[in-house]
Design a protein. Structure first.
Length: 325
């Protein structure tokens, strides 16, 4: 299947290019494809340049998230608008989110945001009712967060479940969190584990990371640090920042792996470079104590300040104690 998809993409098929590009970007899950932002960008750019609406929307997401390229909200918005003009509901939702958050050079405007969400809604509902799992997933998210609709967890669960039943890994992951937190359903950690495991087996990094957390904490499963570190590594190798930070903790403390401060510092740095506040704090502390790398007060303070600026209390307390010495 992948060979056929690659062959079509090489022949210039825009639909194949966007499908393959999304797999390389890990927007869609396939355990047989490794994260590769360079390939993703190249393929999505080719698809978008041919006027493919899905390619334009996905390329916009690469710019918005800064995947393989510097974050560029204005360029993201340009591609979203081109896609939305062709009736792409996902792009409409992304524009709505940018208005809601005031990103991409847009002034925050809740009224304009709602307009875009409501423009997307009938398109998504039609696609979802025709059993399009991606539309079902998006519709579930809109009801979950109240985007253009009244927040309704029961309705969100309904659409997530329809998508999950079709094997949609992102929907399975979302259902897992609903059961884990008891949001809209009776809390059921065992049920959450089931959904996380199904999604993790498909290569979903969020599910893999959360499965690692559950093994590390012994929730819904027997505590098993080796199993936890295995799942953290699978997600970390896909660029998942929380998993990279968690794997750093595993190496720093010797949980399920041999204690290795240099390895811990490496994983903390990967997560910290993505803006993970706790990893920034841990990396700063590695510099404070010279664990796994050379002691460096200036570097320590740099990372601690980054973490503190995001509200990390531990980093704020350390900076305060340093400033009073």
């Amino acid at each position: 299947m992948l060979d056929a998809l690659r062959a079509k993409a090489d022949q210039g098929d825009a639909d194949a290019q966007v499908k393959l590009g999304r797999l390389y970007a890990k927007f869609d899950d396939n355990p047989d494809i490794k994260l590769d932002y360079t390939q993703a960008l190249s393929l999505l750019q080719k698809s978008a340049d041919q006027g493919n609406a899905a390619g334009q929307s996905s390329l916009g997401a690469m710019y918005e998230l800064g995947y393989g390229i510097g974050k560029d909200g204005a360029t993201a918005l340009k591609w979203y608008n081109l896609s939305a003009a062709q009736g792409n509901a996902k792009a409409m939702c992304r524009i709505g989110r940018m208005y809601e958050l005031g990103e991409g050079g847009l002034n925050q405007n809740k009224v304009e945001a709602k307009k875009w969400f409501q423009k997307a809604l009938p398109i998504l509902r039609s696609q979802a009712e025709a059993n399009d799992s991606e539309a079902q997933l998006t519709l579930g998210g809109m009801y979950s967060f109240g985007l253009g609709v009244v927040q309704d967890y029961a309705e969100a669960l309904n659409w997530y479940r329809k998508a999950a039943d079709q094997g949609n890994a992102n929907a399975q992951t979302s259902l897992g969190f609903f059961y884990l937190t008891g949001q809209g359903v009776n809390q059921d950690t065992a049920e959450a584990v089931k959904y996380f495991r199904n999604a993790a087996a498909q290569g979903n990094a969020r599910a893999q990371c959360q499965l690692g957390v559950l093994y590390a904490d012994g929730k819904g499963v027997n505590q098993d640090y080796v199993e936890a570190s295995k799942w953290f590594r699978k997600a970390a190798d896909q660029g998942n920042a929380p998993a990279q930070g968690a794997l750093g903790i595993s190496y720093e403390n010797g949980n399920g792996v041999n204690k290795d401060y240099a390895e811990a510092a490496m994983w903390y740095r990967k997560a910290a470079d993505q803006g993970d506040a706790y990893a920034q704090y841990r990396l700063g502390m590695m510099y404070v104590y010279g664990k796994g790398l050379k002691r460096d007060e200036a570097e320590a303070l740099k990372w601690l300040k980054k973490s503190a600026a995001q509200g990390n209390k531990e980093a704020q307390d350390i900076i305060q104690s340093i400033s009073t010495q």
